[in-house]
Write a new protein. Structure first.
Length: 86
């Protein structure tokens, strides 16, 4: 969560999310054309590309289990989340 707040603070801004929710409601009621999503996604796509280049790489500690894999014989490890390389 800290990563998201650091690199994508606007997504956690109350006025931003309230406006986005209202706009999506309008789209669902077909009062506004669906092209409004590009107003959100185009800047997000640029921000994602910039963040991939500039974000600091976080090294997660490896936690092991005192059991061996029954298939390959290697020591089992605990994964706490999806491994993402930036």
């Amino acid at each position: 969560m800290i990563f998201l707040i650091k690199y994508f603070p606007d997504l956690f801004d109350y006025s931003f999310t309230a406006t986005m929710e209202d706009e999506l409601d309008e789209v669902s009621r077909e009062k506004e054309p669906g092209g409004r999503q590009s107003k959100f996604y185009q800047p997000l796509e640029s921000k994602l590309a910039l963040t991939e280049q500039s974000a600091e790489h976080v090294q997660l500690p490896v936690e092991t289990v005192d059991k061996m894999c029954p298939e390959c014989g290697k020591q089992l490890i605990v994964r706490t989340g999806k491994l993402v390389n930036f």
